[in-house]
Write a protein that binds this ligand. Structure first.
Ligand SMILES: NC(=O)c1ccc[n+]([C@@H]2O[C@H](COP(=O)([O-])OP(=O)(O)OC[C@H]3O[C@@H](n4cnc5c(N)ncnc54)[C@H](O)[C@@H]3O)[C@@H](O)[C@H]2O)c1
Length: 309
């Protein structure tokens, strides 16, 4: 069941793990990425299957689609670092909304696309405690979440217009090798690897559902190989919440040395959700997926990685 697959954002953090996964399972993968955040070497495809294109360029996106003629399209290209999106709302809307329209319209015009996967986020959910299921009505609280909710609505409209099956994956907090944005995990990793044993961090109490990119890409692969009918939303998280302190403890365990934390006021975000936890019952029921990478296993590999950010 080998497919021709186009991944937008395939040179990024999650996209590159997905490229590896889908190639390892026998598919032929093509990547479209403007390399604004991603890096060419992360997308392990030959040059003839790599297109350096900005999804804001409608004509170029259509040309790539024509050249590749993919059966599956996985749309991950976006900007998503929340403070950056809040500071650059027009750019965030242009890439995450207008760019998505271009990708979906090119899929619709092509004919032959069998499935579309669209990357969304837990940031579409309201601020709440406890596990969040897909049935929770979205209520994003930042520009990023608003643009991604628009991405979801556009994907649903695309499905009603074309009848092409669509999977919307609401990603929780990814961790793993090759992080491209200055999130918590690579920041701790960077400080520890540069020799610090007292870490300078921001808010310590928020809890997040960290899922390894290996488990994320396997979840996406299973959903697509199963073939979902209609337009369906799935949470892609691990189902366990960790505080910043607990993440630092995992680093200390893997390092075999104690780590202490100093709160750096410059890093404290004024507005911060305290909880973000996925209910992944729907994903597990649909695919039989179970996570394979826990925090300690993931952190152990991060300690062996060279940080590039
Ligand atoms: N990392 C997370 O924890 C997380 C959580 C929720 C959702 N997501 C979503 O997952 C997807 C992948 O995120 P990631 O963490 O791998 O981030 P990333 O920044 O590493 O990946 C995004 C990729 O898109 C590319 N890109 C950005 N703007 C583009 C444009 N205009 N045209 C073409 N390519 C462009 C970047 O170069 C990059 O390679 C995004 O849609 C993001 O919103 C990520």
């Amino acid at each position: 069941m080998s497919k021709r697959i186009l991944i937008t954002g395939g040179a990024g953090f999650i996209g590159s793990a997905l490229v590896d996964r889908l190639q390892a399972t026998g598919h032929t993968v093509f990547v479209l990425d403007d390399l604004s955040f991603g890096r060419r070497e992360l997308a392990q495809v030959p040059d003839e299957r790599f297109y350096e294109v900005d999804i804001r360029d409608r004509k170029a996106v259509a040309q790539v689609m024509e050249a590749v003629r993919p059966q599956w399209v996985l749309h991950l290209a976006a900007i998503h670092f929340i403070p950056y999106c809040n500071a650059h709302p027009v750019e965030a809307a242009d890439i995450n909304i207008t760019g998505t329209i271009h990708v979906l319209d090119a899929c619709a015009a092509l004919g032959g696309v069998e499935q579309v996967f669209v990357a969304s986020t837990a940031a579409v959910y309201p601020v709440m405690d406890g596990p969040i299921s897909e049935a929770t009505p979205p209520a994003p609280v930042d520009i990023y979440g608003i643009t991604k909710l628009a991405t979801e609505k556009l994907a649903a409209e695309f499905h009603y217009r074309t009848r092409i099956p669509v999977v919307i994956g609401r990603f929780f907090n990814a961790f793993g090798p090759n992080e491209t944005n200055p999130h918590l995990m690579p920041e701790i990793q960077r400080q520890v690897l540069s020799g610090a044993r007292t870490l300078q961090l921001g808010n310590l109490d928020p809890r997040r559902d960290f899922i390894h990119t290996h488990d994320m890409s396997r979840a996406m692969q299973l959903l697509l190989e199963k073939g979902i009918a209609g337009c369906e939303v799935f949470n892609i998280g691990r189902g366990i919440e960790y505080s910043v302190r607990e993440i630092v403890e995992a680093f200390a365990r893997q390092l075999g040395e104690p780590l202490t934390i100093e709160v750096d006021p410059a890093r404290v975000r004024k507005v911060e959700r305290m909880h973000l936890l996925a209910d992944v019952t729907k994903l597990k029921r649909a695919t039989g997926w179970e996570p394979e990478w826990d925090i300690d296993r993931g952190v152990a590999t991060l300690l062996k990685e060279e940080v590039r950010m």
